[in-house]
Design a protein around this ligand. Structure first.
Ligand code: HEC
Ligand code: HEC
Length: 402
C-alpha cells in the first residue's frame, strides 16, 4: 500500500504548486527556458539580512521610494532587462556591457564604448549599496535626481544605447519572453517605461555589499579606530591613515568625505552605537584638486547646475570593490590605486574651488606626504573593501542561456 500513498502525496503536492502558481508564473519551467535560466522560486533579494553594522541610522539612508519597494519578482525582471542587448537600438549593448559584475558593475575602460562604437563622456560607475547614497543624486555630476530617473537615461543616450522610450516599450512589448516576468512583477504583462524604470532600479538597488574583509573586522570590533584582529599590520596602518588617526583632527583625510556622517566619530571617545561605519560613499559632491584650471572639458556638478563655485565638483563615489573598478575618477585618469593615493599624497592642485577639506592651514592644497610604506598600506586597506561573494553571486549574473 505504499505506492498509492506516494501518488497521493505527489498529487497533493502538484495541487499545492498549481494553486500557488495561480498568481505567479513558474519562470524556470515555461516556454522560455531556452532563452533564460531562472529559478522556479525567485532568489531572495527583498530580505538581504544586513549585519548589525548596518545600524538603524545607516538603514535610514535608504533612498528607496515608497512606490517602488524591492520585490523578488521585480528584481528578477530588472535582472533580465539589465542583461538584455535588445535594450539598445542595434541589439549590441546591454546595461551589463558597461556595468560588469566581475568589475564591481563598472568596466575596465577610462570611457565606455556605446552601441555604435562611440565613447561615453565619463568613466562608468560601479554599483554597491547604491540604495544608500544619501544624496540620492546619480551620475558623476548628480544630474539625475533619483535612481528611477537615472536608469532610463542611458537607454535614450545617443552614444550609449540610442533608443526612444516609445521604441523601447514597443520592442520589449513584442518579446513574449517578458510576459511572465512583467506579470509576476507588476500583475500584468503590459510593458510601460515606468515599469522598466522601476524594475531596473530595483535590480541596481538590490546590489548590496557587506561581505568584505573590512566588514568582518568592523563586525568584530564595532569601532573603525581600533585595530581589526583579522587585518594584517599593514592593513591596520592603512586603516589609520584612512580614518585620520595619524593626522590630528582627522580633517581632510579620507573618512571626512568617503564616510558621510562619520564625523560624530572621535577616536578619543567611544563610537556611538548607531554610527555609520559601513557606507563608503559621500553625501556631497566635492572638488579634490584634480585640475588647476576651470577651463576644462568637464566641470561636473558646477557645469550641470550653472554654478561656477561648484566647478570641478563631482560625486563622491563608493569605495567598495575599488580593486575591481579601475581606472579611477570621473574621467578614468588614474589607472591604479597607487596613482590615486599618489594624488592625495602629493598631487592635489590649487583649483580656485578646491574643497575646504583639501586645504591646509594656509589655504593651499593639502598634501598628505605619505611615505612609500604608508602609501602601500593605504592601498592594502582599500583592497579590504572587495566583496568577492557579491562578484560571484549567481543571483546578479547574466540569466541568458547563450
Ligand atoms: C555604453 C556604456 C553604458 C551603458 C550601456 C550603460 N551605462 Fe550606466 N553608466 C555609464 C557611464 C559612463 C556612467 C557615468 C556617466 C556619468 O556620470 O556621466 C554610468 C552611470 C550609471 C549609473 C550611476 C551610478 C551612480 O552611482 O551615480 C547607474 C545607476 C547606471 N549607469 C545604470 C545603468 C543602467 C540601468 C543601464 C541600462 C539601462 C546602463 N547604466 C547602461 C555607462 C553605461
Ligand atoms: C574632499 C573630499 C574627499 C577627500 C578628503 C577624499 N576623497 Fe576620494 N574622492 C572624492 C571625490 C569627490 C571623488 C571623485 C572625484 C572625481 O572623479 O572628480 C573621489 C574619488 C576617489 C577615488 C576614485 C573612486 C572611483 O571609483 O573612481 C578613490 C579611490 C578615492 N577617492 C580614495 C580616497 C582616499 C584613499 C582618500 C584619503 C587619502 C580620499 N579619497 C580623500 C572626495 C574626497
Amino acid at each position: 500500500m505504499k505506492f498509492p500513498k506516494i501518488i497521493f502525496a505527489l498529487t497533493a503536492f502538484s495541487v499545492f504548486v498549481a494553486c500557488n502558481s495561480d498568481d505567479n508564473n513558474d519562470i524556470s519551467n515555461n516556454d522560455y527556458s531556452d532563452i533564460y535560466n531562472l529559478p522556479s522560486t525567485p532568489y531572495n533579494y527583498s530580505n538581504p539580512n544586513f549585519p548589525e553594522t548596518f545600524t538603524p541610522y545607516v538603514l535610514g539612508f535608504d533612498n528607496t521610494p515608497t512606490d517602488n519597494p524591492i520585490t523578488d519578482d521585480g528584481v528578477t525582471l530588472g535582472r533580465v532587462l539589465f542583461y538584455d542587448k535588445n535594450m539598445s537600438a542595434n541589439n549590441t549593448k546591454a546595461c551589463a556591457s558597461c556595468h560588469l559584475q566581475e568589475f564591481g558593475f563598472s568596466d575596465n575602460k577610462p570611457k565606455s564604448e556605446g552601441f555604435e562604437g562611440g565613447h561615453t563622456f565619463r568613466n562608468s560607475i560601479g554599483f554597491a549599496n547604491t540604495g544608500f547614497y544619501k544624496a540620492e543624486n546619480m551620475f558623476w555630476d548628480h544630474r539625475a535626481a533619483t535612481l528611477e530617473e537615472q536608469v532610463l537615461m542611458p537607454i535614450q543616450d545617443d552614444v550609449e544605447m540610442g533608443m526612444t522610450l516609445e521604441g523601447l516599450v514597443e520592442k520589449i512589448g513584442a518579446l513574449d519572453y517578458y510576459n511572465p516576468l512583467f506579470e509576476n512583477a507588476f500583475g500584468s504583462k503590459t510593458v510601460t517605461s515606468d515599469k522598466i524604470s522601476k524594475a531596473l532600479s530595483q535590480f541596481v538597488r538590490s546590489i548590496y555589499s557587506f561581505n568584505t574583509k573590512y566588514d568582518e573586522g568592523i563586525e568584530i570590533t564595532n569601532d573603525i579606530f581600533v585595530d581589526f584582529p583579522n587585518f594584517t599590520a599593514q592593513e591596520n596602518l592603512g586603516k589609520d591613515i584612512f580614518n585620520g588617526k595619524l593626522t590630528p583632527g582627522a580633517i581632510g583625510t579620507c573618512i571626512t568625505c568617503h564616510m558621510p556622517n562619520a564625523t560624530p566619530l572621535h577616536f578619543e571617545q567611544p563610537v556611538p552605537d548607531n554610527a555609520n561605519q559601513v557606507i563608503f560613499s559621500g553625501a556631497e559632491p566635492d572638488n579634490i584638486g584634480l585640475d588647476e584650471d576651470i577651463n576644462v572639458e568637464d566641470n561636473g556638478v558646477g557645469a550641470f547646475l550653472g554654478i561656477e563655485s561648484l566647478y570641478g565638483h563631482f560625486k563622491t563615489p563608493s569605495l567598495r570593490n575599488l580593486e575591481l573598478t579601475a581606472p579611477y575618477m570621473h574621467d578614468g585618469r588614474f589607472a591604479t590605486l597607487e596613482e590615486v593615493v599618489e594624488h592625495y599624497s602629493t598631487g592635489v592642485k590649487p583649483h580656485p574651488y578646491l574643497s575646504a577639506h583639501m586645504k591646509d592651514g594656509d589655504g593651499g592644497p593639502r598634501h598628505l606626504n605619505l611615505t612609500d610604506e604608508e602609501s602601500a598600506a593605504l592601498v592594502a586597506f582599500l583592497k579590504t573593501l572587495t566583496d568577492y561573494e557579491l562578484i560571484y553571486d549567481e543571483k546578479f549574473s547574466d540569466p541568458f542561456v547563450d
